[in-house]
Design a binder for this molecule. Structure first.
Ligand SMILES: [Zn+2]
Ligand SMILES: [Zn+2]
Length: 139
């Protein structure tokens, strides 16, 4: 994924954010902008630029040493390249990404982008994900 770099913004006093990975409080300018909106309402990455760079290095290394098989199925939803291709999603782009733990920097493996996004939105919090499953199963 290609992130936007956001530089040269004047720093406001007390405008800090804690990085989810290294847990250091840093000026917001040290975080990349993930979603740029009108005005000044941007969504920043949950991890600082330095942690993002390190994550990229770790993922690149994993990709180089662990080529994804053509018939690979997501360990969570079991969808394959072909399933995604047939659905029209990820027609030209790979549906799989390297998933890693931002805290321990350990690579968990290849998972599909929708599963990865879902876990990301749930802050990779197993308790919250369990609650979501229970919520969905509620009659
Ligand atoms: Zn960090
Ligand atoms: Zn999946």
């Amino acid at each position: 994924m290609q992130y936007d770099f956001f530089r040269g913004e004047p720093e406001e006093e007390g405008d800090f954010k804690v990085c989810y990975a290294c847990e250091v409080s840093l000026p917001k300018s040290k975080f990349r902008v993930l979603v740029r909106r009108h005005g000044n309402r941007h969504t920043l990455s949950s991890t600082c630029g330095a942690c993002d760079d390190l994550a990229e290095v770790i993922k690149k290394e994993f990709r180089r040493n662990n080529k994804i098989p053509e018939d690979y199925a997501c360990p969570l939803c079991k969808k394959t390249h072909l399933n995604y291709k047939n659905s029209g999603r990820y027609w030209t782009q790979s549906p799989f990404s390297v998933d890693h733990c931002q805290k321990t920097r350990v690579v968990r493996g290849w998972i599909c982008n929708p599963c990865n996004s879902a876990m990301g939105l749930a802050q990779h919090n197993p308790d919250l994900l369990k609650k979501m499953a229970n919520y969905l199963e509620r009659k």
